[in-house]
Design a protein around this ligand. Structure first.
Ligand SMILES: Nc1ncnc2c1ncn2[C@@H]1O[C@H](COP(=O)(O)OP(=O)(O)OP(=O)(O)O)[C@@H](O)[C@H]1O
Ligand SMILES: [Mg+2]
Length: 331
């Protein structure tokens, strides 16, 4: 287990969206730590708040949303900065983005401008955060493109993003994200836009770079196989809540929350589900505006206890070292 110092400590993070239908908590009191060099995976069905958690950390939540509670404590050079308290347009958070924490998006086009070459864009990030000449920045950009396995980096650096294949664009985006040696890389569905062979290459690349650079990783994905491949710890989310978190091996061997068990059973090659039929979780995720009372998973839960689960939200219980669950079965 990783016992490095904690790099990022997220406490009771609550991010809301406001719309004509009302207000809802897209992220609802989520807490987790990421240690230096550690890989945390975040999984859960579509809409459970994975991307909004990442957006909250980088303070790039869309304008109709806001982090209204909680702390995001970044430890850097012996100092603690609460990212929630920073002005989202201010100098401090802009300095942290790209340098201390950077992000790879699902759709690599989203990270690039179409009117500049990838080289222009990577060197711009480098020069924004590091003192160096244009020529030095270009050298560093070529070097990082080489590290991410870009063929002929001396030439590719002058390519426009649209001229690259999806897999190569994804590599260029990872290169841009890594160009300032961030302490934490957030990868939000980093491989869904590319085909399966490229996916495997990109994942093994991220793993190698993480080890080599001692970087922490936060991987957001639907795909539990990706987490079992890459991550030290896992956090499972449901309707904005962190319903279960544990070291990855422990979670796959010994899932506790009925939602986690359901998710594992919907992936045949993992955990206890290995020899079983694929059993999708029954029902569907309710609208965030019409949250069930008590534990929000109760209408879909095979272990539903009337009068308990529909009355109060369960507190978080630590079942064993580092294994936490929010479920009335364990209270
Ligand atoms: N700009 C927005 N305005 C209103 N609601 C939003 C906005 N962005 C996200 N949401 C809502 O916030 C909730 C969490 O969304 P989020 O994008 O974090 O889900 P996710 O877990 O990343 O899902 P996916 O796996 O589909 O990417 C969802 O209910 C979503 O509809
Ligand atoms: Mg998402």
């Amino acid at each position: 287990m990783n016992d490095n110092p904690v790099l990022l400590s997220v406490r009771n993070l609550t991010t809301q969206f406001f719309s004509q239908e009302g207000i809802f908590d897209a992220v609802d009191g989520v807490s987790f730590d990421i240690r230096r060099g550690e890989a945390l995976g975040i999984a859960g069905e579509s809409g459970c708040g994975k991307s909004v958690t990442a957006q909250s950390i980088l303070r790039i939540v869309p304008r109709n949303g806001k982090t209204v509670d909680g702390e995001i404590l970044l430890q850097e050079n012996g100092k603690t900065v609460d990212l929630v308290k920073l002005n989202e347009f201010g100098k401090e958070i802009r300095d942290i983005r790209g340098r201390a924490i950077s992000m790879v998006f699902q759709e690599p086009m989203a990270g690039f401008s179409m009117v500049y070459t990838i080289g222009n864009q990577i060197t711009e990030v480098i020069r924004l955060h590091q003192k160096c000449s244009a020529a030095e920045a270009r050298e560093r950009a070529i070097e990082i493109l080489r590290r991410v396995g870009m063929p002929k980096p001396e030439q590719t650096i002058d390519a426009y993003p649209f001229a690259l294949s999806g897999g190569m664009r994804q590599r260029a985006m990872i290169a841009m994200a890594l160009s300032c040696h961030p302490m934490l890389l957030i990868a939000d569905e980093p491989t869904t836009a590319v085909d399966v062979t490229i996916q495997a290459q990109i994942l093994s690349l991220m793993k190698a770079l993480q080890k080599e650079m001692g970087m922490a990783l936060m991987v957001i994905t639907h795909d539990l196989a990706v987490i079992s491949e890459l991550c030290d710890r896992v956090m499972i989310m449901y309707l904005g809540k962190d319903v279960e978190s544990a070291p990855a091996g422990e979670l796959f061997r010994n899932p506790k929350h009925p939602y986690t068990i359901g998710l594992l059973h919907s992936v045949p090659e993992l955990g206890e589900g290995r020899n079983q039929e694929i059993v999708p979780i029954s029902g569907s995720v309710p609208s965030p505006y019409r949250r069930p009372s008590g534990c929000t998973f109760h209408p879909r839960c095979p272990e539903f206890m009337p009068g308990v689960c529909d009355v109060a939200y369960p507190p978080q219980v630590e079942i064993s070292a580092g294994h936490k669950v929010r479920c009335h079965l364990y209270v």
